[in-house]
Design a protein around this ligand. Structure first.
Ligand code: ADP
Length: 531
């Protein structure tokens, strides 16, 4: 059998080397991000330009409000509301009067006010210095008597524009900052895209953003800026809201590797790979040597087999030629019988060695399976052991309880049984009984060989089927053996689709050969007790 162990080990160690390399490179990796400053001339120019545009928009809006506040012809609520709606962001139109007959302030709601209550501006009493005060709870604005119009703009407070119509009449317009800011954002989006393109030429990342976070324009690569604070922030502030130009420097990430870690990694990987190769070569040579030895043993066994067959044949012929009288006479017959037994023992040993070496070299000829009569094979094997068993004082008991035939190879079954009976003869003499039972169960035929000898210790139950294993005990002392018999027997049984098992037993050892039943079997019970 060709061993894959060297290849597996080599593959494992090479894979380990690759793994070490990958892990080493990962561990040695150092990422360094360098910030490369950019020329921002175009961006600052754009900021100046946009600030001018926003100022111009503010002036334009203010002029609209002033014009509206000055339109004295507007008296009817309906007309005032309609006119106010034409201008974005006006939430309330108030006319504050200081009349001798008391106050006649009017507040006209134009659009929804986001806060629960729109502030109601009102004149307060003039203070000592003659300044007028408009109270817009909670804001107080001081107007100089000479002022004509202006903004009341305090951070976090409602935004208002006032304009004087006459010394005692002032119009106050409540302005919704967010609405005006949204209108400005829309306007910027529509008209300033081209201006932003000048920045795009210089590359990014740059973003023009409204105060609420909405992006108006951005130069590609602005992605890089995500999550990193801008390196330059140019705020554009108006009373309605803020806009920002955000800009980032370029970030160049370079990957470096720690040379010490890399060197260590290479060294370790190389060591692993070299160890793998060395182990591979060593194991290959060991296996080669073992194969050579097996092949040598195989050749020798083959060489032995032919003369041995001749010896067996000739001893058989001699024993046939000698007269019964001569054989019964004692000395010659007994010696001849001993020669035949030893020859057979040698023959079994050679058969086992050849089976084993054939397996090792993967040269086993596939078995040709046929229908065989297990009882006939048992008888044949017991017959061949007849003289030796008798001499050892072993009583043979046969329990043939089935006439079922099984599927297998008669030679292989004979080899298995010979190995089992030979073990009884070698190890279980003290028990004095050898029982062979053939039984049939569902689709199986079982042949049990049991003895009443010392048996097999529990710890060795599995190991006895391993090649070259022999129980290290008094049992094997002085008894020759190779430790191959049971291993070969189990392999042969498995080759036939069956198995060889060691069964639990009160006394001695009990082995079972199980083989598949031959198709078309007839069950016929018979009990043949013979000794
Ligand atoms: P071998 O007989 O050449 O040593 P086997 O593979 O046939 O090799 O048997 C392996 C071992 O199992 C034997 O060495 C022996 O210790 C034990 N063994 C096998 N059969 C018996 C048995 N019937 N009684 C006691 N021990 C046995």
């Amino acid at each position: 059998m060709k061993s894959r162990v060297p290849h597996l080990l080599l593959g494992l160690l090479l894979a380990g080397a690759v793994g070490v390399l990958v892990a080493g490179f990962l561990a040695a990796e150092r990422k360094e991000t360098e910030v490369v400053p950019r020329d921002r001339g175009a961006l600052t120019d754009l900021a100046v330009y946009l600030a001018g545009e926003l100022r111009m928009l503010d002036e334009l809006y203010t002029s609209h409000l002033k014009e509206l506040a000055g339109e004295t012809s507007l008296r009817e609520d309906f007309a005032i509301k309609k006119r106010c709606e034409e201008i974005v962001g006006i939430a309330q139109f108030s006319i504050l009067s200081r009349a001798p007959d008391g106050r006649r302030d009017r507040h006209l709601k134009v659009r929804d006010w986001t806060e629960p209550r729109a502030p109601a501006p009102s004149f307060s009493e003039s203070d000592r210095l003659g300044a007028e005060v408009i109270r817009l709870s909670p804001v107080s604005a001081y107007l100089d008597g000479l002022d004509e119009s202006g903004w009341i703009d305090e951070p976090g407070k409602p935004l208002m524009y006032w304009a004087r119509r006459s010394p005692n009449e002032i119009v106050v317009l409540l302005v919704n900052r967010a609405e005006v800011a949204a209108a400005i954002t829309g306007w910027l989006r529509e008209y300033e895209g081209e201006a932003f393109e000048t920045v795009a030429v210089g590359g990014g990342p740059d973003v023009f953003r409204a105060g609420n976070g909405d992006t108006l324009f951005e130069v590609a690569e602005a992605e890089t800026g995500k999550g990193v604070r801008p390196d330059l922030l140019l705020p554009l502030r108006t009373r309605y809201g803020d806009w920002h130009l955000e800009s980032w420097d370029r970030r160049v990430t370079t990957v470096r590797y720690d040379q010490r870690v890399i060197s260590g990694t290479w060294l370790l990987a190389l060591l692993l790979a070299l160890t793998g190769v060395a182990l591979f070569r060593h194991q290959r040579s060991v296996l080669k040597r073992a194969a050579q030895q097996v092949s040598f043993v195989n050749r020798v066994s083959h060489e032995l087999r032919t003369p041995l067959t001749n010896i067996i044949l000739n001893t058989d012929l001699v024993s046939e030629a000698l007269s019964e009288k001569a054989l019964a006479g004692g000395g010659v017959g007994r010696r001849l019988s001993l020669v035949r037994e030893e020859c057979r023992r040698l023959n079994r040993l050679i058969a086992n060695v050849l089976s084993f070496s054939g397996r090792e070299q993967n040269r086993n000829v596939p078995l040709s399976l046929e229908t065989i009569d297990p009882v006939e094979v048992c008888d044949r094997v017991l017959e061949s052991f007849g003289a030796v068993l008798e001499r050892k004082g072993l009583v043979v008991k046969r329990h043939y309880q089935t006439a079922k035939h099984c599927r297998g190879s008669a030679d292989s079954l004979a080899q298995i049984l010979a190995n089992l009976v030979s073990n009884v003869e070698k190890y279980a003499v003290s028990g004095g009984v050898l029982e062979v039972a053939v039984t049939g169960s569902e689709e199986r035929v079982s042949i049990q060989v049991s003895d009443a000898g010392p048996g097999i210790p529990r710890a060795a139950e599995k190991k006895v089927f391993t090649a070259f294993y022999r129980v290290d005990k008094g049992v094997t002392e002085g008894v020759s053996g190779t430790g191959l018999g049971l291993a070969i027997a189990r392999d042969l049984a498995e080759d036939m689709g069956g198995g060889l098992y060691l069964l639990p037993s009160q006394k001695g050892a009990r082995f079972e050969v199980s083989l598949p039943e031959a198709p078309g079997n007839v069950i016929d019970l018979r009990e043949n007790l013979a000794s």
